[in-house]
Design a protein around this ligand. Structure first.
Ligand code: GRF
Length: 208
């Protein structure tokens, strides 16, 4: 069984998708063993509690305190012995202090086709740029923000008259599906790094 820790900061709609399609799905050999939230009182915590999943709050930190926060994060998450750590709307930069504790096992969800529009305002920036196509990326987390190798990507068209809200609605629907698919593929051992080309992930979609 794949032991999954999910890191969240707010609403937790992606966490909910993972609960519904992975955690509570007997056909997927994976369990969410811990939810870590950066904000007390976040809706994501209610969702985890409703599913009976243990939660911990590890608060955001100023840049000067980030190393200490990340050491604590590594300790809290390490205790849950995860095979995979999923940043699903975790709104904080993490450092090597955290990432080095789980090498190659932390993945992040981002609402654009990376490397376009990294950072906190990807959806608004796609509208401002006037691009015709944006999308969703699930990628390996590295210290460079939104910078690790992509695992799954899916385009989402930007339509005439789209606002950040209408585009976000369509992007979120794709996020929920893509993230669930990614964790399911991990549970089936179908995702690996290409030894010949370490920036590239090998994803065996298996036609299923
Ligand atoms: C998602 O759009 C994710 O890509 C971004 O933050 C949002 C989180 O939404 N990093 P939710 O908390 O899962 O509803």
């Amino acid at each position: 069984m794949l032991r999954v820790v999910v890191m969240v900061s707010g609403n937790g709609s992606n966490l909910q998708a993972l609960i519904d399609t992975v955690h509570a799905n007997p056909e997927v050999d994976a369990q969410i063993v811990l939810v870590v939230c950066s904000k007390d009182g976040a809706r994501a915590l209610e969702r985890a509690a409703a599913a009976g999943i243990p939660c911990e709050v590890v608060a955001l930190a100023d840049p000067s305190e980030r190393a200490a926060r990340d050491a604590r994060l590594a300790e809290v998450i390490g205790r849950a012995r995860p095979d995979l750590v999923v940043m699903a709307g975790w709104m904080s930069i993490v450092t090597g202090t955290f990432l080095d504790a789980f090498p190659g096992r932390v993945i992040n969800l981002h609402p654009s086709l990376l490397p376009a529009f990294p950072g906190m305002h990807a959806i608004e920036e796609a509208i401002a740029w006037g691009v015709r196509l944006t999308g969703v990326t699930v990628h390996i987390a590295e210290e460079a923000v939104d910078g690790g190798p992509p695992i799954l990507q899916e385009p989402v068209p930007v339509l005439a008259g789209d606002t950040a809200e209408t585009l976000a609605g369509r992007i979120h629907a794709v996020e929920h599906r893509l993230l669930s698919r990614c964790v399911t593929l991990y549970s089936q051992g179908r995702i690996h790094r290409d030894p010949a080309q370490p920036r590239r992930m090998i994803v065996d979609e298996g036609g299923s």
